[in-house]
Design a protein around this ligand. Sequence first.
Ligand code: C5P
Length: 218
Amino acid sequence: MKKRKNIITVAIDSPAAAGAGTQAKLISKNYNLFYLDTGKIYRYIGMLKLNNNNKFTYNLVKHKISKLKLSNLKNRKLLSNEVAKSASEIAKNKRIRNIVHKFQQRCAYSPPKNYKGSVLDGRDIITVQVKDAMFKFYITASLKVRTKRRFAEYKKLNIKITYKEVLKSLRNRDKSDKKRKYGPLKKTKDSILINTTKLSKKACFLKIKAIMDKKLNN
Ligand code: C5P
């Protein structure tokens, strides 16, 4: 893969439902950057596991990821809690993470020419995938606020789930994503912390934009 030169790279990590996806989309729109929600790739593989339980092999994953189109990641079924749980399980696996790595590298460093760069969000973006990003953010929010937000999203999507189930699922995923051996979620010293607990989407974006504009206009 040939890396494009002089592009803007933005790397974001966050626990589930902290608002990283919303901010990444706003960043991509404002700066004309290619956006990849890397969690969707793990969800895609998590769903593959749920649908092919005993036929789920590394070769199957490799094959599917080699043919993966961004439109595949728009499937609404990927948004369910069962798929999220399955994604968090398969994401512990080093071989699976290596398969996903290549796809993410292409999106981060060689985005389509009509974009000025890329923005990726996930769990290991600032630590592994785009370590040398021009901008590195760690977005977080309290577990209570994240649960409220995710519960409201599920309601809007007509997904039947209780508040307690959402809370439990987020708590378990936080633990698993932070404690796992490969690509654990963690804040790095060179990343900027954005706590969205008490911030509106707009206030949060303005904070990020001020940081980015300062560097880009220098
Ligand atoms: O971001 P989202 O909640 O959609 O991610 C689903 C799961 O995928 C996470 O809980 C995490 O285990 C995994 N993931 C990961 N590395 C990434 C993105 C997501 O391990 N870069």
